[in-house]
Ligand binder design. Sequence first.
Ligand SMILES: *Cc1c(COP(=O)(O)O)cnc(C)c1O
Length: 358
Amino acid sequence: MTRPARARIDLAALQHNFHCVQQAAPDSRVMAIIKANGYGHGLVEVARALPEADAFGVVTLDEAVSLREAGFDRRIVLLEGFFGADDLPLVSGYRLDVVLHNTSQIDWLEQTPPGRALDVWLKIDTGMNRLGFAPSDVSTTIDRLARLNCIGSLRLMTHFACADAPDNDYTPRQLDRFREATHDLQGECSLANSAALLAWPDTRLDWVRPGIMLYGGSPLLNKTADELGLRPAMTLGTRLIAVNRRQAGDAIGYGGEWVCPVAMPVGVAAIGYGDGYPRHAPSGTPVLVNGKRASIIGRVSMDMICIDLRSQPGARIGDEVVLWGEDLPVDEVAARAGTIAYEILCSVNKRVHFDYTE
Ligand SMILES: *Cc1c(COP(=O)(O)O)cnc(C)c1O
């Protein structure tokens, strides 16, 4: 018997969510964002499930190379570009697209001109104030790129800071800045992440870049995934490995902060922060035991969590526990743990056994 912590990845749900992207942005091409191991779902498996994606977005060179080695011939975009001149032979050899966001990257290109024309996505900082060229530097940057003589296609992109809030006017202000910086330039444009492509139709343009919605997390603050018609791609589950009767006054787990108010059954499930379950999930965070809601109690350990089984006196060793996924939204668990679905999804690690189902 292997340890029962399992992530079931529903490839049909991924495809369904991809079709939601296409429905929302029918005139845009889709760069499926599969960085961070496909938001924890498995890089190559997610890529295989998305045959209609026009491009893949990743962050590390390793991810891009894995995709090429797995046989993917499509456009692959390095969302932070390259990290030094020594990356350029691989970038060029594996025909990877790069985001350019900084003049040092252009210095490196001048030092080590790539062996073949490089397809570039020029990142413009329209208000995220993180990566990208200032709007006022865009035209001199493009002139400098033209002099390099190694640029193939040039696309223009930006990233939104507040697209998840549908009544925040920061997004239309960023869109205006983007238009102003690019109105006299050629090249396809890409602005929208999941939140923007759903909530801000004007931002869709040539290429959309959905991430979280592909996996069934809600990108919007005011709507659940279910309300958006998205389906969870990952169901994280395990089993009860102990069910113990505790007395009133017994303290559960490290620190002994949760004390049994009455005599009660307490389950122990085989999953913990060593698997990627959030350590900060407090007592009261929901789980499903045999499909019914129960709550975790006490601190999350590296390998285990404890569960209040008062609502399910019949629960026994071997019974199924779901941490999130079908019937228990990952967004709800993340919110209880003071974080976002993105973080807890991409934290699930290799100690968990992954199953892929159609
Ligand atoms: C991660 C990322 C995305 C995807 O964002 P979601 O909110 O997951 O849709 C889009 N664009 C860039 C540049 C990113 O880094």
